[in-house]
Design a protein around this ligand. Sequence first.
Ligand code: NI
Length: 400
Amino acid sequence: MQDLFSGLVQEVAPQVIAFRRELHAHPELSFQEHETARRIRDRLGQIANLQVLPPYIETDVVAVLNADMPGPCILLRADIDALPIQEETGVAYASTRQGVMHACGHDGHAATLLGTAMVLSRVADQLPGKVKFVFQPAEEDGGGGGVLCERGVLDEPKVDAAVALHAWPYEPVGSIAIRPGWVMAASNPFKVSIQGVGSHGAYPHRGIDSIVVAAHIITALQTIVSRTIDPQDAAVVTIGQIHAGTAENIIPARAEMEGTMRYTRLELGEQLRQRLSRIIEHTAQAHGATARVEIIDGYPPMYNDDDLSALITTTGRELLGEANVVTAVPVSMGVEDFAYYAQKVPAAMFRLGVRPVASDSYPSLHNPAFNFNDDALPIGIRMFCEIATRFLRAGGRGTK
Ligand code: NI
């Protein structure tokens, strides 16, 4: 099977690379992936043994291989949306859309998944189960993964496990990185509005200065992580926006702030939310102002299932060599909406190296110069094909 895959992967690689570049040239923002979805749907329609399902949201594409085959079902997911960034890669197939680009490699994820569907469809009769391919919108903004899970993407056929990958510019092409357990953070974005009393800049005693109150709040918020969270746990509180005032000689009545909290264990979330609200409301009160806090539900933390992580690690070591599977992976305080799948079924996500082997560095994800590396496409496809095949042949279990 291993040799069969490498031959088939080589065969589809030129089409997959062309498709990746086509997506790269036509990026679309979260929930606006109409053209992207149409391009994917067209290609999937040409693949044998594949049933393309009606969309759950408008811009998702979900297809099932071996829909009528008894046996387990593994879901493979690629996100497909782009970012509001002006591209600076200088490549010939650069974004044709002003201010929008694939700066997070989702063009590469989608192409990898298409290639995987092409290859697996050729060996469909040798697979003792089903593979569900999910091309998911709105990973960057809006949690498309959460919406799909709510609308039943894990049912009919019922999914037993889910696997995804993400382009990783910090490791070389030919390597992957994976570890079990908590790997990505949960987030709670929040908004704060402080109400003081406006006054002339020369008469502070006649007002309540919302800017001074905001400053005290920002400083006090720094004690949440430093003084109330166990140092062995990971958490972040960041204020990313502050708006107040109109002129140098006016004390503004209102100040608005926005920020985000990140944490890696769900239980920490409640502690952080309570502490944040209390500090903001009471600090405002201490200065005679009032403050309203709105805490928004963000993505849950991402947990990599132990057995699936072991399956991916073993597969990677056999395919890529022992040295090319990085397991010393630090927990990222970034978020990922694949975590919604992981809340419902065993799931695991691995990182796919995209940095050219000869280079020391590569532009970061979300950088205007970032571009998915086409050399990583065949590796991603082979990994997906092997993981799915091994999972189904093990009767729907990860194998340690
Ligand atoms: Ni991404």
